[in-house]
Design a protein around this ligand. Structure first.
Ligand code: AP5
Length: 241
């Protein structure tokens, strides 16, 4: 742990203020589900800040493991590059570990997990052991036809995960992160070709997850074709009801 004496007073003060604000917020356990490019990663940081939740994105975690060439990353790389899902056991393991983090104490946003019914059942078991359950599943509903433009125009700042779009959310300077000035990159799987496999995996393996949670009465459908700001308003309506 960092020595608190070395932390600048302004940082300490803003962390105290953040924790005071968080203490007034209700706990929430959320799942974001939707096809590639539906806006899950765009809305997650906004929900995270509003409700003081941890944001667990299995895609980001797996990409970090691939970049670091860990045993997990080596196993996941091939499936990810082809737009296929990695095995249930690998992702269930990383979520089980991540949920133990202190930042998940007030709840979580699961972004990209569960993606199969088996993963949903395993998550139920994990949560049951912790005496909690999923509050809401936000279903980012959007027509496949608009996703290619969103996916092929996306640019990422790898170290922060900040995401831009050449048309819908352009950086101030093309190709450069607004906050750090570092270069942006495109994901290897963000091509029209790989998108086809990702969409196929979504329809075959992930849509049944929406049915699974519909039966439990926790699904809220969001019109994800709207602009990012309009989607944020819809998310806020669902989460405050
Ligand atoms: P993952 O990283 O989870 O990718 P994904 O689900 O395909 O989702 P994306 O990150 O592409 O889309 P998003 O909905 O977050 O869109 P965003 O907000 O960025 O998974 C990658 C791979 O990892 C998988 O293929 C699989 O191999 C593996 N994997 C991950 N989890 C797994 C699991 N549980 N089990 C097995 N394998 C797993 O938006 C996209 C773009 O559109 C951005 O540029 C944004 O600026 C723009 N945009 C966003 N909202 C709007 C809007 N409303 N209007 C206009 N533009 C918008």
């Amino acid at each position: 742990m960092a020595n608190l004496e070395d932390v600048p007073t302004t940082d300490l003060f803003s962390e105290v203020l953040r924790r005071m604000k968080c203490a007034t917020k209700p706990d929430k356990r959320l799942i974001l589900v939707g096809p590639p490019g539906s806006g899950k990663g765009t809305q997650s940081p906004i929900i995270k800040d509003e409700y003081c939740l941890c944001h667990l994105a299995t895609g980001d975690m797996l990409r970090a493991a691939v970049a670091a060439k860990t045993p997990l990353g080596i196993k996941a790389k091939e499936a990810m590059e082809k737009g296929e899902l990695v095995s249930d056991d690998l992702v269930v393991g990383i979520i089980d570990d991540a949920l133990k983090k202190p930042s998940c104490q007030k709840g979580f946003i699961l972004d990209g997990f569960p993606r199969t019914v088996v993963q949903a059942q395993k998550l139920d078991e994990m949560l049951k052991n912790r005496g909690v359950k999923v509050d809401k599943v936000l279903n980012f509903a959007v027509d496949d036809r608009i996703l290619e433009e969103r996916i092929t125009g996306r640019w990422i700042h790898p170290s922060s995960g900040r995401s831009y779009h050449t048309k819908f959310a352009p950086p101030k300077v093309p190709g450069v992160d607004d906050a750090t000035g570092e270069p942006l990159i495109q994901r290897k799987d963000d091509t029209a070709e790989v998108l086809k496999s990702r969409l196929e995996a979504f329809h075959k393996q992930t849509e049944p997850v929406i049915d699974y949670y519909t039966k439990k009465g926790v699904v809220a459908n969001l019109p994800a074709e709207k602009s990012p700001k309009e989607v944020t308003v819809e998310v806020q309506k669902v989460l405050s009801s």
